[in-house]
Design a protein around this ligand. Structure first.
Ligand SMILES: Nc1nc2c(ncn2[C@@H]2O[C@H](COP(=O)(O)OP(=O)(O)OP(=O)(O)O)[C@@H](O)[C@H]2O)c(=O)[nH]1
Ligand SMILES: [Mg+2]
Length: 460
């Protein structure tokens, strides 16, 4: 995608497809009012409307009434995009919406690309890139915590933090630059120890922000919990219990579940995606079972948390050990493992030392299930005990923070050497600043913009 031609006026439906009570069609660009005047009557109003004032107007096609609409005119820069905008609320019929689009296009507008309204808002300086990206997160947010992170970022929470860090770095860069220009040595020596201490403090703040990404990722994509275990241990029963559904088939026959089954649940505002898996039996020759096992192994790899279900009414079996080995080999580094000892309603067959590091439950009686749910989001909940503005939810921001951190650390290394080359230190500070500027979009290439906005819906 090349950057959009903002001399053109764009149009798109802003409401979801399908019928509803009302739908909204949006126009933005220098010709927005003129385009609307071609079909909204009386046209005398449309030619010179009051700013941000709602009018009841007739939308007409070939002299016939299409719909009575409520229309708001926004004169740039006092609009979402910063350009002249018109928002037409009509009855929510897909037919009316499609006619309004056609009338707008006949009147000189073109169809908007994905996220083009927000892209124009960014290009016109109404939003920085971090804010613009979060608009999409806000639209797709499903739970309280995802919503809170997104709204904070749209309102400039992350941008403010980045700008604070940048302000401090610019001051420090200035201190280096005056000394580089100071050929007569009038300013005195730089206090290197104090200087590197300040860069280390900023590096620490950047690191803390970057570290919040693990939880930020959970906010955006949900926490993936994979239920693994030997055949018949009660994996499907656990999925049903936790999600309060009859989602998975449960039976006393080993090998009941042959495919992975997903169920979503909201826990303390987090979206949690549970995956029930087929038992892991590497010796099977059955093609379907082998495919089921491949899917189970994939679910282990993509899990944030693995629940390893074991039947506590039976002694630890070779099947349990095979599962343990598969988890060890197949899970990504950093995955949390929670051992779950099921069938607590039956007489136990495991020694206390075997079950000490796990959670006892019974899918039959429901005992221990609430405690298990609490355990799952214990760590993740902590992020909102602190300022929610400090949660990074974008992989792009995360890598930019890591890059800026790396540059700052190099200054720390210079400080431990025998000499402290000011020129080099200034270079690393500039590198840090460039990485931070990328988050705000000040240095973003067209490719980066394209990859961000392609995920938006048309009309936003
Ligand atoms: N007594 C008792 N039985 C349970 C409990 N949980 C599950 N079961 C029984 O154990 C059997 C197996 O349960 P499933 O949930 O199908 O086990 P699974 O691990 O999904 O089994 P596969 O899909 O075959 O690998 C069923 O007969 C369940 O009723 C429990 O807490 N107590
Ligand atoms: Mg099952």
């Amino acid at each position: 995608m090349l950057l959009p031609d903002t001399t053109q006026t764009i149009v798109a439906p802003a409401s979801a497809p399908g019928s509803g009570a009302i739908a909204v069609v949006r126009l933005s660009g220098p010709g927005a009012f003129r385009t609307a005047a071609a079909f909204l009557k009386p046209s005398s109003v449309v030619k010179n409307p009051k700013n941000r004032f709602s009018y009841l107007l007739s939308a007409e096609e070939n002299g016939r009434l299409l719909d009575k609409t409520i229309v708001v005119f926004y004169r740039g820069p006092e609009s979402y995009t910063g350009e002249d905008m018109v928002e037409i609320s009509c009855h929510g019929s897909p037919y009316i919406v499609s006619r309004l689009l056609s009338l707008s296009i006949a009147g000189g507008a073109r169809e908007a690309g994905p996220g083009e309204f927000t892209l124009r808002a960014f290009m016109n300086g109404k939003l920085d890139l971090a804010q613009a990206e979060a608009v999409n997160d806000l639209i797709i947010s499903e739970g309280e915590t995802a919503h809170r992170a997104a709204i904070t970022q749209v309102e400039g929470g992350i941008s403010k933090r980045i700008k604070e860090l940048r302000g401090a770095l610019i001051t420090m860069l200035g201190e280096l630059e005056v000394r580089l220009d100071d050929s007569y040595n009038e300013l005195g020596e730089l206090d290197i120890k104090a200087f590197t201490k300040r860069t280390a403090a900023i590096a620490g703040k950047i690191k803390a922000l970057a570290d919040s990404f693990k939880n930020g990722r959970y906010l955006k994509h949900g926490i993936r919990v994979t239920i693994a275990g030997a055949p018949n241990s009660g994996k499907s029963s656990l999925l049903n219990r936790i999600t309060g559904s009859g989602r998975a088939i449960v039976s006393p026959k080993a090998g009941t579940t042959r495919d992975t089954i997903e169920a979503k649940l909201t826990l303390s505002g987090f979206t949690v995606i549970f995956t029930d898996t087929a038992g892991i039996n590497p010796r099977t020759s059955d093609a379907i079972e082998r495919e089921g096992m491949r899917r189970s192994l994939k679910a282990l790899k993509t899990a944030d948390i693995i629940l390893w279900v074991q039947d506590a009414s039976k002694k630890s079996s070779p099947a349990d050990r095979r599962v343990g080995a598969a988890i060890e080999r197949g899970s990504a580094p950093g995955t949390d493992l929670v051992k779950v000892f099921n069938k607590g309603d039956l007489p136990g067959a495991r020694t206390p030392s075997e079950t000490a590091d796990g959670t006892a439950i019974s899918c039959r009686t429901g005992e221990g299930i609430a405690a298990l749910k609490r355990l799952l989001i214990r760590e993740e909940k902590k992020i909102f005990s602190t300022e929610s503005s400090s949660v990074i939810t974008s992989a792009r921001h995360y890598s930019a923070l890591l890059n800026s951190h790396r540059e700052l650390e190099k200054i720390g290394l210079l400080g431990t050497g025998r000499s402290f080359p000011l020129e080099l230190a200034a270079e690393h500070l500039r590198g840090t600043l460039t990485a931070l500027a990328g988050i705000l979009g000040e240095t973003a290439s067209e490719e980066i913009l394209a990859s961000i906005f392609k995920n938006f819906c048309v009309g936003k």
